[in-house]
Ligand binder design. Structure first.
Ligand code: GLA
Length: 435
């Protein structure tokens, strides 16, 4: 097939399996996403045609140069069909002297993800826009010290319980457990030292169509107030389908509650460039769990129809965010859990986000029953992130797939109890493309 370089406009022949991939231009040597070139309608011929022999020569030269380029991919950017890579470097030391590493994963299309085993944090995720221009689409820091000093869960694994537990209390098997409180009276995202602030022993993963990192953490009985020794394994995979796939597994030696999630702040226009209000969001959810001032659900599953919470059709995030609405006031914007329509145990479509200026699209699939959509309402410019970018109000959004907030105190919600001898198992996929 033919593809046209988005940088220098040279049209070139490429094998059709390279469609949609990031390839190097034969002429200007920059990378672009190969899309089938459709020639414009013919214009009347005013100049004499070249000799038939010279046309054949030209085609042969183009084919030969193309072949050499694919056969010997030298230097420059990652080519389509290029090798997948995992690279490990030291990231720094925690206050108690533990070493944190940072891993750079690259897929065949040149999509690159960096993650550290401190908190299982995705520190960068570089994906193409509709013209093949690469940009980092997650918020974060350049160094470990900044993550340790002050991070609103940028890119982290959140646990043992993602989201809030009212007053940090719940009863299980007739025993009342008191958890660390770190959000007013409430327990948030696992407490004072949640899973986002610990070192996860890591093991690189190589599969036919993906590279990844398997992280394991033992949370001891009593940690942050939770019962049971809990072993969690979170495997991040970067696939050649441009997906970030996260598999969560956990087992315990005593009944406990578990709700693991991932807390990347996305900005599909590129991190630190602007707010996310122009992104268009679709949520496959007809209901949400309304909250009180402390963002604790009342227990009701309320229909979204006719409210600013209705994202059943793709809608710009900013259109209704400042409406005079009690729920939006409590959340200072969107900071709510939506009840996903499908939760049959297999990864089902949950959300789709489109950023019109870059053409980037992110789809979310999950096995979880809920999704917290948070619009970075607490970002206020005090976090200076990668490359000195200032993260102002609503410069990122999170789509945290999860069980509902405060489930341990709402027996009618899907249960978050993990029984001793049972296995907690969930999968979430963030898939990137362009349109
Ligand atoms: C979650 C919560 C928010 C906020 C952020 C982190 O999304 O729901 O209220 O705590 O994490 O700042």
């Amino acid at each position: 097939m033919k593809a046209q370089c988005s940088n220098c406009n040279t049209i070139q022949d490429i094998p059709k399996e390279y469609a949609g991939r990031n390839i190097k231009c034969l002429s200007c040597k920059t990378c672009f996403i190969a899309q089938r070139f459709v020639p414009p309608p013919p214009v009347p011929i005013t100049a004499p045609l070249p000799e038939p022999g010279s046309v054949i020569m030209l085609v042969l030269v183009v084919l030969l140069v193309s072949y050499q380029s694919w056969a010997g991919t030298k230097g420059g950017c990652k080519l389509s069909g290029g090798a997948m890579e995992i690279r490990k470097e030291q990231f720094g030391k925690t206050k108690d002297g533990q070493t944190a590493d940072i891993y750079t994963l690259t897929n065949e299309n040149g999509v690159q993800m960096k993650l550290t085993n401190y908190g299982g944090i995705v520190t960068s995720l570089i994906v193409p826009d509709r013209k093949g221009q690469m940009a980092d689409i997650v918020l974060g820091y350049d160094n470990l010290a900044d993550y340790i000093k002050d991070s609103p869960y940028f890119g982290a694994i959140v646990g043992r319980y993602g989201n809030r537990i009212a007053k940090g209390r719940f009863t299980l098997n007739n025993v009342e457990y008191k958890l660390a409180t770190n959000n007013g009276n409430n327990h948030l995202h696992g407490g004072i030292k949640g899973f986002d602030k610990v070192i996860w022993p890591a093991q690189p993963v190589r599969q036919n169509d993906a590279v990844g990192l398997k992280l394991t953490y033992l949370s001891k009985d009593g940690e942050e107030g939770y019962p049971g020794n809990l072993i969690s394994t979170v495997t991040y995979l970067l696939t050649n389908n441009n997906e970030l796939k996260i598999d969560y597994i956990a087992v315990t030696d005593k009944d406990t509650v578990v709700n693991l999630t991932h807390h990347s702040y996305f900005n599909l226009a590129g991190q630190g460039t602007c707010d996310i209000l122009g992104h268009e969001l679709m949520l496959d959810a007809d209901r949400f769990t309304p909250v009180d001032e402390g963002l604790i659900p009342a227990g009701e599953l309320k229909g979204v129809k006719g409210t600013p919470m209705d994202f059943t059709k793709s809608t710009a995030i900013g259109i209704r965010i400042n409406q005079d609405n009690e729920q939006l006031k409590y959340g200072k914007g969107y900071d709510h859990n939506w009840v996903l329509n499908s939760s049959d145990g297999s990864p089902a479509p949950a959300a789709r986000v489109y950023e019109p200026t870059s053409g980037r699209v992110m789809e979310v699939y999950t096995t979880q029953p809920g999704i917290q959509f948070y619009t970075g309402n607490f970002l206020d410019g005090s976090n200076v992130g990668k490359g000195g970018k200032v993260y102002k109000h609503r410069y990122g959004f999170c789509l945290e797939t999860q069980h509902f907030p405060d489930s341990p105190n709402h027996p009618a919600f899907p249960t978050t109890i993990l029984k001793q001898g049972k296995t907690y198992k969930h999968t979430t996929i963030y898939k990137f493309s362009t349109k």
